[in-house]
Design a protein around this ligand. Structure first.
Ligand code: 2HG
Ligand code: ZN
Length: 466
């Protein structure tokens, strides 16, 4: 891996011929932007950023890099949380930012063809105008690219009812490491035609090929939503209530868990008021959606009964779209707010839904024993708890030493509960050392074998996943 070549002046001249002079970046100040994503404070400088505009250009760039053994890190919007877009071996960052067109919204088939550099929310709004729904809604939806979403099978709050990115991708156009262009599947709702390469590619974090076109399936847009905020005296009550809601036969479109500190931090960062009443230990933010408002009111009543059973002290129903937006703003900003002005590590733990109470109490027990602070929040309905570990005043020696043992303990707990180390943020660069906690060497070898079949020279996003 370390024997990669860095692009020479000649290679850079080749890139300029392929994509055009102004789509090749070598200015150090501009390169700096591409040296980081949203993962901690990590930085790796690429030698050059290349911005292709067509599949053919991607193909030519990859073919050249493959021949010259130059590492290539494909990049979307750089909003990833596991370091997937970091060019850890330097080389070329292949920025997909010019692939930003929605090519077709096919209302006959409820499908859409898009390029990978389209922003998630732009796509959601475009299909919404046609009465259609693309549900995956990561917190960074206002800036993240669909290609990046595919690379991690991103989720978001609505995954609990609608599934993750994976559940909406039918087919894609893919450029292989050697420059060959293939389709991974077909534009059909069913696919039983050999290995499903589409699903293999989803979550592969740019290590197997470069996505240049995506075929999505869509569903009709629900007309109404109702949003509730339930307060609980303890986080344990809130966690227990989550599976209770589903066992009562309700399927909310969102079921989010938030520790009070999460809302406190986001309201402070946003400078919008949010009163945390005394004795509140956790919140659940619950949404139901559908077309009939009366039915949704009945769903809310049914859920309220369950929340009561589990000791909810207060249940607020958002009265207006402004109020809904207020709660959503607070919720979506928690990730950013917890990291604001602090050194942190973020873990994306996930377990089967009913194990959430044990995951939460285990995380708190481990953090107390080692002496660090965590802020937990996330997609409780999916058993997906984001654990933000804050450095505060902890000594560097602990942060760079024993903290790792605590993280391993947290991940061992996930494994013991039937879960794993990432639900939606991916493995990328920062989580790869923990892969052996959740899978045996034989499983990792299978993955390495797949990587080798797609990318024999190992040029695509090296240093990621394993
Ligand atoms: C969320 O659910 C995101 O808010 C995490 O998955 C966001 O850490 C972040 O920035
Ligand atoms: Zn999340």
């Amino acid at each position: 891996m370390n024997e990669f070549c860095q692009p020479s002046a000649d290679d850079i001249a080749v890139f300029r011929t392929i994509v055009g002079d102004d789509q090749v970046v070598t200015d150090p100040e501009l390169l700096n932007t591409y040296s980081k994503d949203y993962t901690e404070d990590l930085r790796f400088m690429p030698a050059v950023v290349v911005k292709p505009g067509t599949t053919q250009e991607v193909s030519k760039v990859l073919a050249h890099c493959n021949t010259m053994h130059i590492p290539v890190t494909p990049r979307g919007a750089g909003t990833g949380l596991s370091g997937g877009a970091l060019p850890v071996y330097g080389g070329v960052v292949l920025s997909m930012e010019r692939f930003n067109r929605i090519l077709e919204i096919d209302e006959r088939n409820f499908q859409a063809t898009v390029e990978p550099g389209v922003i998630n929310e732009v796509f959601q709004q475009a299909v919404r105008e046609k009465g259609l729904f693309y549900p995956p809604d990561p917190a960074s939806k206002g800036s993240c690219f669909l290609g990046g979403n595919l690379s991690h099978s991103s989720g978001g709050p609505r995954a609990v009812k609608y599934g993750t990115t994976r559940d909406y991708v039918l087919n894609m156009e893919l450029v292989l490491a050697n420059g060959e262009v293939i389709e991974t599947g077909a534009n059909t709702l069913k696919y039983s035609t050999g290995y499903n390469l589409t699903h293999l590619l989803i979550g592969s974090e740019g290590t197997l090929g470069v996505i240049t076109k995506i075929q999505f399936r869509l569903i009709p847009h629900p007309e109404q939503t109702l949003l509730m905020l339930a307060s609980f005296p303890s986080p344990e009550n809130a966690c227990e209530a989550v599976s209770g809601i589903f066992r009562a036969g309700c399927t909310p479109s969102v079921c989010e868990f938030v520790e009070p500190e999460g809302f406190r931090l986001s309201s402070t960062m946003l400078n919008i008021p949010f009163e945390i009443k005394e004795g509140i230990g956790a919140y659940l933010l619950i949404e139901v959606d559908g077309n009939d408002l009366n039915n949704l009111m009945l769903d809310c009543e049914k859920i309220s009964v369950v929340l009561d059973e589990f000791g909810a002290s207060e249940v607020l129903l958002a009265q207006s779209s402004d109020e809904k937006e207020y709660f959503w703003k607070l919720r979506r900003s928690i990730g950013e707010a917890t990291k604001h002005g602090n050194v942190y590590k973020e873990e994306d733990t996930v377990v089967p839904r009913a194990e959430l109470p044990r995951l939460f109490s285990g995380v708190k027990e481990i953090s107390q024993r080692y002496g660090f602070r965590t802020v937990c929040y996330g997609h409780a309905g999916d058993g997906n708890l984001h654990v933000n570990i804050l450095k505060d005043q902890l000594p560097d020696a602990f942060w760079n030493g024993d903290l790792d043992k605590a993280i391993v303990e947290i991940f061992e707990l996930c494994k013991k509960l039937g879960g794993t180390i990432s639900g939606e943020h991916g493995i990328g660069y920062v989580q790869k050392k923990y892969m052996p906690v959740v899978m045996p060497e034989s499983q990792l070898q299978l993955m390495r074998g797949i990587k080798l079949a797609f990318d024999p020279r190992g040029i695509l996003n090296p240093g990621k996943i394993f």
